[in-house]
Design a binder for this molecule. Structure first.
Ligand code: S3P
Length: 447
C-alpha cells in the first residue's frame, strides 16, 4: 500500500478564488469508520459497512483487524464486509501492527488487544511516534495488560501483552478523550462483570452507541455538570449489525468555512452528522454570525444528519468556552482560519489537548497564522486571533505531517490576498482523499 509517511512531500499553492458554488458531501466519518471495523472484528459473523472512509488511517485499522483474525473485504467503493471472530477469540498477529498516522486506530486497538491473551507490537509514523500512549497504557494496565516494552515516554513502537484473565475496572479518565474512554471500554469488554468509566466532560459517544447497537449491555448516565458515567457488562456476544457511516462533520468543516470566507459563495454541504458531541464548530460559527441554514434533518446510520446551506458571511469574533472543546476538538485549526476573517478578537479557551494531536496543533496553527500576516497570540492554553476583512496570505505553512493543518491553510489561501502554500499535502489522504478535487469542483484555485 502506498502511504503518506513513506512518500515524498507534495507541496501545493492555493490562490484567491471566485465564489464557491455547488453541493458537496464529505467522506464517511473517521471515528465511526475505525469503530465499524473494530466492531466487525469483535462480532461473530458478517458485519456489512457502507460509506466507510477509505482514508489511509482507516485502511491501517482494516489491516490490523485482519492481522487479529478477521476477514476484511472491500466489495465496492465504501462497501466493506468484515467476518469477525468475536470477543475473546482474537488471534495473535504475526507481524507489527503499523498504524501509520492514525492515533485513533492505534489507541482503540490497544484497548482491544489488552483484553485478550495475545501479544502485539504497535508502531506508526514519525508523527504517531511522538504522541503520548501512557494515557492508554495506564488504564488498560488495570484490566491486566502489560507493556512489555515501549519507546521513551511510553511512546511507539511498543509491545503490549494482553491479559490472560482480564479484570473489570472502575476508571475516571484524567483528560477529556474519547480515545481513552473507548480504549478502556474495549479492554473491559472481555472481563467478566461490570466495568465503569467516568468522564468529567462528555466526549464523542460513538463507541457507547455502537456497543448498544451490537447488543452489549451498556448504561450511560449523566455525571456532574458536563460528564457521563458508563457502565458496561463484559463478555457479551456481539451480534453483527449493518453499519451506515454518516459524513464526517470534521471533514465537512473545511467546505463550510471555505464558503463562509470566500465572498459570494453559496454551498450546500450534504449529510453532515449533527451529533451534539461533534458539532461545536457549527454552534460557534452561528455565534460568529455565519449564514448557515439547516435543511432535511434525518437519521442515517443511527445518527442525526442534515444538509447545511452555507453562504459567505461577515463574521465577528467570539469567545469559545473551554467546555465546548470536546465537541469540536479537531476543528480549531479551521476555526482559527474563520477567525482570521472575523471582525475583532476570537478567543479559543482550553486548548491543551491540541498540543498532542497529529502535530502540536496549537503551535502549528499559530505559526501558519504568523507567516500569513494574521495577528494572534497564545496565552497559556488559549489561542486569540485578531481578524480583519482582508488577510495578507503569502506564506508557506509547515504542516508537520498533519492533515488538518494542511486543509485549514489551503482554505485560508482561497480568500487571502496573496497565494498561500503548504509544504506537504500528502497527509490529507489519511482522512479526506477527495479534498483537493472537491474544493476544485466548488471553484477553488489549488495547484
Ligand atoms: C477521536 C477522538 C479525538 C479526536 C480524534 C478522534 C475518536 O481524540 O481528536 O480525531 O475517534 O475517538 P481524543 O480522544 O484524544 O481527544
Amino acid at each position: 500500500m502506498s502511504s503518506a509517511h513513506s512518500a515524498a512531500a507534495l507541496p501545493m499553492t492555493v490562490r484567491r478564488s471566485g465564489p464557491l458554488k455547488g453541493r458537496v458531501r464529505a467522506p464517511g466519518d473517521k471515528s465511526i469508520s475505525h469503530r465499524a471495523l473494530i466492531f466487525g472484528l469483535l462480532a461473530v459473523g458478517e458485519t456489512r459497512v457502507s460509506g466507510l472512509l477509505e482514508g489511509e488511517d482507516v485502511i491501517r485499522t482494516a489491516e490490523a483487524a485482519r492481522a487479529l483474525g478477521a476477514r476484511v473485504e472491500r466489495l465496492s467503493e465504501g462497501e466493506w464486509r468484515v467476518q469477525g471472530v468475536g470477543v475473546g477469540s482474537l488471534l495473535e498477529p504475526a507481524g507489527t501492527l503499523d498504524f501509520g498516522n492514525a492515533g485513533t486506530g492505534s489507541r482503540l486497538m490497544m484497548g482491544v488487544v489488552a483484553g485478550h491473551p495475545i501479544t502485539a507490537r504497535f508502531d506508526g509514523d514519525a508523527s504517531l511516534r511522538k504522541r503520548p500512549m501512557g494515557r492508554i497504557l495506564d488504564p488498560i494496565g488495570l484490566v491486566g495488560a502489560t507493556t512489555v516494552d515501549a519507546a521513551e515516554g511510553k511512546r511507539l513502537p511498543l509491545t503490549l501483552k494482553g491479559a490472560r484473565n482480564p479484570v473489570p475496572v472502575s476508571y475516571e479518565t484524567p483528560v477529556a478523550s474519547a480515545q481513552v474512554k473507548s480504549a478502556v471500554l474495549f479492554a473491559a469488554l472481555n472481563a467478566p462483570g461490570q466495568s465503569v468509566v467516568i468522564e468529567k466532560e462528555a466526549t464523542r459517544d460513538h463507541t457507547e452507541k455502537m456497543l448498544a447497537y451490537f447488543g452489549a449491555d451498556i448504561r450511560v448516565e449523566p455525571h456532574g455538570a458536563h460528564g457521563r458515567k458508563i457502565t458496561l457488562t463484559g463478555q457479551p456476544e456481539l451480534k453483527p449489525r449493518p453499519i451506515v457511516v454518516p459524513a464526517d462533520p470534521s471533514s465537512s468543516a473545511f467546505p463550510i468555512v471555505a464558503a463562509l470566507i470566500v465572498p459570494g459563495s453559496d454551498v450546500v454541504v450534504e449529510g453532515v452528522m449533527m451529533n451534539p458531541l461533534r458539532i461545536g464548530l457549527v454552534t460557534t460559527l452561528l455565534e460568529m454570525g455565519a449564514d448557515i441554514t439547516e435543511t432535511n434533518r434525518r437519521i442515517e446510520g443511527g445518527e442525526e444528519v442534515a444538509d447545511l446551506r452555507v453562504r459567505a458571511s461577515r463574521l465577528k469574533g467570539v469567545v469559545v468556552p473551554a467546555e465546548r472543546a470536546p465537541a469540536m476538538i479537531d476543528e480549531y485549526p479551521i476555526l482559527a482560519v474563520a477567525a482570521a476573517f472575523a471582525a475583532g478578537e476570537t478567543r479559543m479557551n482550553g486548548l491543551a489537548e491540541l498540543r498532542v494531536k497529529e502535530s502540536d496543533r496549537l503551535q502549528a496553527v499559530a505559526d501558519g497564522l504568523a507567516v500569513n500576516g494574521v495577528p494572534h497570540r497564545i496565552e497559556g492554553d488559549d489561542l486569540i486571533v485578531t481578524g480583519a476583512a482582508t488577510v495578507r496570505g503569502g506564506g508557506t505553512v509547515a504542516t508537520h505531517m498533519d492533515h488538518r493543518i494542511a486543509m485549514s491553510f489551503l482554505c485560508l489561501g482561497l480568500a487571502s490576498e496573496q497565494p498561500v502554500s503548504v509544504d506537504d499535502t500528502a497527509f490529507i489522504a489519511t482522512s479526506f482523499p477527495d479534498f483537493v478535487p472537491m474544493m476544485r469542483r466548488l471553484g477553488g484555485d489549488l495547484t
